[in-house]
Design a protein around this ligand. Sequence first.
Ligand code: SF4
Ligand code: ZN
Length: 419
Amino acid sequence: IKIKVSNIDLPVACASAFEGEIIRKADMFCEADGSRKDCFELVRTKELHEVEDHKIELIGQDFDAMEVGCKINLAIIIDIAGKNMQSDFEPVFERKIHNYVNCLEGVMHTGQRDLIRIRVSKSSFEAGFRVKHFGELLYAKMKNDFSQVVDKCQVTLVTEPELVTKLRKEANEIYDKRDARLRSLTDESVECFYTCTLCQSFSPSHVCIVTPERLGLCGAVSWLDAKSTNELQPSGPCQVVTKTKVIDEAKGAYEDVNEAVSTYSHGALDKVTLYSIMEDPMTSCGCFECICGIEPMSNGVIIVNREYAGSTPLGMTFAELASMTGGGVQTPGFMGHGRHFIASKKFMKAEGGIARIVWMPKALKDSVAERLNISAKELYGIDNFTDRIADESISEDPDTLMAYLSEKGHPALEMEPMM
Ligand code: SF4
Ligand code: ZN
């Protein structure tokens, strides 16, 4: 018998009503900002004898010793032990930290891994909120929500700057190992895909089909995450989708996938392809990291990420493209997708693949360059493919775009028309 933790010892309220709360700079007591100072959050699987249940430890200074408005180092390390615990569950638990911490009154959380940002408001500090309360909250939530696998849980919070820096390096090795495990999987090498219907709360007919080479469009649900979610919550948002009834492998069309989409969209959709943006593309809810859209003059596509506020050679911003792409409907020629999908060999495979990419904002291009260049070399033998892709510093209109692509000998110019 597992005992539920019903009373969490917290000086501030904790409810989903606070989830969207924004803490402005003027109201902020302190901030852990992973883009400025070493910060991270990590869930680790341990042996039962290595974990002391409900141990909450703070290493370093508490908020009392800090100045108003300061940027702090913060590591949140959750050690979990349990007979049914698997290391594949770690990322799923880790992502829940975002939801849990956001439910705290006067606390804001964004991001994940070592790119988190956590703000604590002055009023919550005055109410008595201290670093250890993160531990109390996370301990109780992990024990309650995942009682079938969490037998013991301890939380270590570190604010000591040098130690956080050292521990962050170790955390990065763990993140890298997880990513490498996912990269070793292909859509062909697995027996099934998974649905994700988490976004149906606001986009009722939307279903993501998550495969090893195509993560959910929010960027937060990989195939391994979906698999773990299915094991943790068998009747939850991630259901098994078999892939035995192939219609067209190159397009990623399967009868089983169509059946799943029809069932879980409640009849709103009857077919999707996994690798085409022109023919029955996957639908988009609202939380896609990126949108790709057809650029007719070059025969290619542009990709724009949510963070980019400027215009694109299509004459539209991310927000304008998003308004015509979201809502759980199919819009051939436009598709929301995750950032990681850009370097995938399955990206628009039906239309010729990543060789169609003609424009991206520079920051996005830089962030995907390494993996994208490796894929382009393997698929087409092209070196430094990203050099041939334009960005906002090169063009924001179709004419200068075309001039640049011709000068660089971009492969899309030689490809068959998409329309
Ligand atoms: Fe799930 Fe992400 Fe798709 Fe939403 S966008 S349904 S959370 S995979
Ligand atoms: Zn969504």
